[in-house]
Design a protein around this ligand. Structure first.
Ligand code: BGC
Length: 423
């Protein structure tokens, strides 16, 4: 492949892919497992009503109408096959991997730490280390022990002490082995779906609770930051933020620009503003460029869309990275970026658009430290279940066989080319 570029990625640039514990491991003593079991039937019965507008509804209708689609089960057997999955990272020339520690595995009962789980994570990080792959570890990706959510979870401020105790335990066990920790994944998405529109557990529909939970998560991050830094000042700590590249439908309209500023402040910047000074990097999860009119209504072009019907403008990442850098002057890592594309027809195009956009951001002065694609493997896509496939690697769940998709080979070759350039 020919690379005619003037910029260079840093020598220690983190090239990799992302996963989340529950999505690849499946069931555990967490609240999502309980919720899936209670809601699988309902989600299957209402699938047509909710999803028949999707362009590929005919292809997915059978799977989406079965309750089993909504159960995470044994995940993609990652717990049994993680060494194989790490070997795939090596094959793809990747040197970084975003993975999760599941709180519900470490502390399935309040105050008692599971020694098997501790040993499991120890070996897990060791296997990554042996391959020269840097783990970027998420401590909270929306899942929590049932005993914690039974107490009210993050909607109650006094429960923060339980999260702090969990973080302190992780710090005690692993602080010296880890260089990057993501305390929280997308608190804005969790507060919205869990507490505002009520689609996810705990299915509250309360703007007040949404604000309270969101605020408490912000406090939780701040406290976790200090606990981790006290244990190892060198650990780089941040959150993975769901940020949207919001664009006005009428760029010349002052009202439209004002409404974009308000939405961006609420969705993108509020949390990051509050944790200024308590983040060593910002993890950017980018999926969306979103066109909005002056009333905040989404008015995206009809095409191209992913299997989930999400409008795709991958090059928008460049604007978003630049805007984030200009606001915070804090190193950035793309901690998620990708699309649901089970036929792998659009993923290569997405990557071919994204990589020059990353280069553009770096050339304009953004301090980019890494790019982690979502996801390494097809995995459990929360309330949508199994049919959306985000993986660079396809997983056949009946055999758990992994197959590297052609788009992943394209990315691998891009990474290899740029590593050589930088050497
Ligand atoms: C989440 C992932 C999810 C992905 C695709 C992100 O918001 O962090 O868990 O699978 O989006 O929907």
């Amino acid at each position: 492949m020919c690379h005619t570029i003037s910029m260079k990625y840093r020598n220690d640039f983190l090239w990799g892919a992302s996963t989340a514990g529950h999505q690849v491991d499946g069931e555990s003593a967490d609240q999502w497992t309980v919720w899936e079991k209670a809601n699988a039937e309902r989600l299957a019965l209402t699938a047509e009503k909710r999803l028949d507008w999707l362009p590929n509804w005919d292809t997915i209708s059978r799977q989406a109408s079965q309750p089993s689609n909504y159960l995470s089960g044994n995940g993609v057997g990652h717990q049994q096959r993680y060494t194989q999955d790490f070997d795939i990272l090596t094959t793809l020339h990747m040197n970084a991997f975003r993975c999760g520690i599941e709180w519900s595995k470490l502390e399935p009962q309040e105050g008692s730490w599971d020694t098997d789980a501790i040993e499991y994570y120890r070996q897990y990080f060791n296997e990554l280390k042996q391959r020269g792959i840097t783990p970027i570890v998420t401590l909270w990706h929306w899942t929590m022990p049932v005993w914690f959510t039974d107490k009210g979870g993050f909607a109650k401020r006094k429960n923060l002490r339980y999260f702090e105790r969990y973080v302190a335990k992780v710090a005690e066990l692993f602080a010296n082995d880890l260089s990057y920790v993501i305390t929280l994944n997308e608190p804005n998405v969790y507060a919205t779906f869990g507490y505002l529109n009520g689609e996810w557990p705990p299915q509250a529909k309360s703007p007040v609770l949404a604000v309270v939970a969101y605020h408490n998560l912000m406090l939780a991050h701040r406290r976790a930051y200090h606990i981790l830094k006290a244990a190892n000042p060198n650990i780089q700590v941040g959150i993975a933020a769901q940020l949207a590249d919001m664009q006005p439908t009428k760029p010349g309209s002052i009202l439209n620009k004002l409404s974009i500023s308000i939405s961006s402040w609420g969705w993108n910047w509020w949390f990051l503003n509050k944790i200024r000074g308590q983040q060593d990097f910002i993890g950017v999860n980018y999926y969306f460029t979103q066109y909005q009119d002056w009333l905040g209504r989404i008015r995206n072009p009809k095409t191209p869309v992913s299997d989930l019907g999400w409008y795709m403008e991958p090059a928008g990442i460049s604007r978003l990275l630049t805007a984030t850098w200009e606001r915070y002057h804090t190193p950035l890592i793309v901690t998620e970026n990708g699309l649901a594309d089970s036929s792998d027809e659009q993923r290569r195009w997405w990557l071919e658009q994204t990589m020059p956009a990353l280069e553009k951001a770096i050339e304009s002065g953004v301090d980019m430290r890494g790019y982690l694609h979502w996801s390494l493997l097809d995995n459990f896509e929360w309330a949508y279940g199994w049919w959306p496939e985000f993986g660079l690697v396809h997983v056949d769940r009946s055999t758990m066989q992994r197959t590297i998709r052609p788009s992943a080979l394209w990315l691998a070759s891009y990474i290899e080319g740029h590593k050589q350039l930088d050497a």
